[in-house]
Design a protein around this ligand. Sequence first.
Ligand code: CU
Length: 149
Amino acid sequence: MRKLILLLLFIPLVVGCNSSVEDSTKSLNVIVINSNDTMLFDKNVFYIEANKKITLTLNHKGIMRKDIMGHNFVLLKRNVNIEAFLRKAMNSKENDYIPFGEETIAYTKLLGGGESDTITFTIQDPGRYLFLCSFPNHFPMMKGELIVR
Ligand code: CU
């Protein structure tokens, strides 16, 4: 079992180069992101308008349990120190890897295979905002940008 898990952890390193980048620059107010057992979001860039309510749904289309292949969507404020945030997140297992603090704008629940969560948020300041999965070691594969105009 352990070998299988190790193998699954390395598959994304091989297929990761194919992760699609959303090239549409159309602003959205309903966003749907899918994730899976190979540790990927299916889209990495979104354009939204400032001061507009955004409804975002994260789906976990895989079958693995959340303690092994959990995914969340965490939207960070700008100017957050990402290394420090990831360190705190890794030590926040009891809170589903969301550290206590002021770094986040919004986040979904931590999902296992087959689960979904929907959140709403509004951003006032135009700019580029990083989003990521805060499950330990998923950040290199599972991140993207929300571009607010
Ligand atoms: Cu993840």
